[in-house]
Design a protein around this ligand. Structure first.
Ligand code: SF4
Length: 366
């Protein structure tokens, strides 16, 4: 396991190394460049250069990982390369099947072979399967991905070197988009990325903008970094963070509602947030305010009705992610560790929008 600087994962795991170029997206393959460097540095794993090499010992490594995390499988290779035998791919899957705390992100350009072999693989919920698509010429990879039994299917549209009109996102759970970086890079047109972003919004598919070219910043309207929300009960990382967001947002949202209430209703709301029983609260308030108990109960019902609307959070939730006071992402749905500064828009007694700020660690430590 090696910590990764790739924005959409946490660590990398390479049970195979080596590959060869198949399409335009491979032109400046970073795995090839890095392999040469690691070989020159004397790294034993890379002494076979960029030839496909199977690493038996790597298959055991994930059993030692105790904490949930997201792992990019084969950042230095392609698991579905024709020289990787089915039997070895099955053993990689076996390791992934038996370590359900880990979320594995497998990415390939060999989508046709992926579709062929899919039926012989065990697709547990913790395996996310993606295909790389760099331009319109290789859009057929998406169709092959859809033929697989993978529970979470995603697209890595990077390096995006051409527009992708008519992107059909049926059955796709996540889209990553990014431009090429490094010397000789082929520039991304922000309009291509915007079209993809809009397709994602229309299809309700999480969108993750990785980079433009690493030199120019991502435009504000494209700075969206979402992750898929999975049903994988073992995916503790995701579940834990979503729960944190929901619970915290509910409490913060109730606090935001309180700010708009009269002092008496505010007192009731605060007591309810603190967990006071409504029956005893009615008696306590009736004594304190010298009013009939049913009147106090009516006020409590009014505030509870407002709070009930928070339990089912409204359709539109805007998030603004800041890091050192800079806005770095908007509309992020997961990977949230803290929620603060909630604002609520109310129209005709209905909560229409909740806006809140979250703190998030986007930059991985090296
Ligand atoms: S498929 Fe990936 S790893 Fe293989 S050459 Fe192309 S870019 Fe490099």
């Amino acid at each position: 396991m090696s910590k990764s600087n790739i924005e959409w994962t946490e660590v990398t795991w390479n049970p195979t190394t080596g590959c060869d170029k198949i399409t335009a997206g491979c032109k400046f393959c970073y795995a090839e460049v890095l392999t040469k460097r690691l070989k020159a540095m004397g790294q034993p794993k890379y002494q076979n250069g960029f030839n496909i090499t199977l690493h038996e010992a790597e298959l055991k490594r994930p059993y030692g990982w105790r904490k949930p995390c997201m792992v990019f499988v084969n950042s230095m290779s392609d698991l579905f390369h024709k020289e990787v035998p089915l039997e070895f791919i099955q053993r990689v899957f076996e390791t992934m099947n038996e370590t359900p705390l880990i979320t594995y992100q497998v990415l390939t350009k060999r989508a046709e072979r992926l579709a062929e072999l899919s039926q012989f693989l065990n697709w547990t919920d913790n395996i996310w399967m993606g295909v790389s698509v760099e331009d319109e010429k290789v859009m057929d990879r998406i169709g092959y991905l859809k033929l697989t039994q993978a529970k979470i299917k995603f697209l890595s549209l990077e390096p995006l070197i051409g527009p992708l009109p008519n992107l059909n996102l049926d059955g796709i759970e996540w889209v990553i988009c990014g431009g090429e970086s490094g010397p000789g890079r082929r520039p991304i047109d922000p309009q291509w990325a915007r079209e993809i972003r809009d397709s994602c919004f229309t299809s309700n598919v999480p969108f993750f903008m990785k980079q433009m070219d690493k030199k120019i910043p991502i435009p504000d309207d494209l700075m969206i970094r979402e992750f898929p929300q999975t049903n994988n009960s073992n995916n503790q990382l995701n579940n834990q963070k979503i729960t944190t967001m929901k619970t915290t947002t509910e409490i913060q949202t109730k606090q935001a509602i309180l700010a708009k209430l009269s002092p008496f209703k505010k007192e009731i709301g605060q007591a309810l947030i603190n967990g006071e029983n409504p029956e005893s609260l009615a008696i306590r308030l009736a004594e304190k305010r010298v009013m009939p108990v049913p009147t106090a109960q009516a006020y409590i019902t009014m505030v509870r009705k407002l709070f009930d609307k928070v339990e089912t959070l409204p359709a539109k939730m805007e998030t603004i992610v800041t890091q050192k006071n800079n806005v770095v992402a908007k509309n992020v749905r997961t990977k949230i560790s803290d929620v603060k500064d909630v604002a609520v828009d109310v129209e005709e007694g209905e909560i229409t929008t909740i806006k809140f700020e979250i703190t998030i660690n986007l930059k991985k430590s090296k």
